[in-house]
Design a protein around this ligand. Sequence first.
Ligand SMILES: O=C[C@H](O)COP(=O)(O)O
Length: 253
Amino acid sequence: MPTRRPLIAGNWKMHKTGEEAVQTVQQLKSLVADVQDVEVMVAPPFTALAPVAQALAGSTIALGGQNMHWESKGAFTGEIAPGMLVAAGCRYVIIGHSERRQFFGETDTTVNQKIRAALTADLQPVFCIGESEAQREAGQTFSVLDKQVQNGLEGLFSQDLQSLVVAYEPVWAIGTGKTATKEQAQEVHAHVRQLIADTVDKHLAETMRILYGGSVNPGNVKALMAMPDVDGALVGGASLDPETFSQLVHYQG
Ligand SMILES: O=C[C@H](O)COP(=O)(O)O
């Protein structure tokens, strides 16, 4: 069984100016300086990327973008190109977050275009999937997730997807304080891994990291991380405070 290096990622969403973000990572850097076996990533807003990259110089904390366009340049007012994220110091990019799907019209098709563009630019996509509360209650969780995964990865093969990270974020658990139970998370993660094994490649499925996201906090992270198919967390609210985020990174105690 291959070892998957845990990834604890902070998605700061629309929080923090450049100055506030730099202050946060300066504290975080020393708080997690002892951590070796867990990868840490922060995804600040676009305007904070360059100063945060500078503040992170010499640290192992990785930087991520929260979104990007799939084209490399052009007349796309308000958009950011993959190469711009790379130039700003990003290694990762979050793609298809449910807030992007819900409020900004992202579809499986644009998610697929973005994943392709990220891979071409050598950015590691953190590909977000998740069902709504109504879909879960209607017993559609697996069919919704299967469609998101299959459409999002359409036309991509194992050799393209080596750096892919999947993040399972049930929409009903985001920012609500209502975390999926560790059993619910494990059930979905195992299902998604099996789907990748069946439709893409078995080895990729075994090595690919699947993060859980949705009201992760210092009180529930350990139990979630103990599940065999949970390889990390994509954290919103609890990633904004460096002390709290550091507690998540130190989930092993
Ligand atoms: O990307 C992060 C998720 O949307 C989770 O947010 P949350 O931890 O505030 O529930």
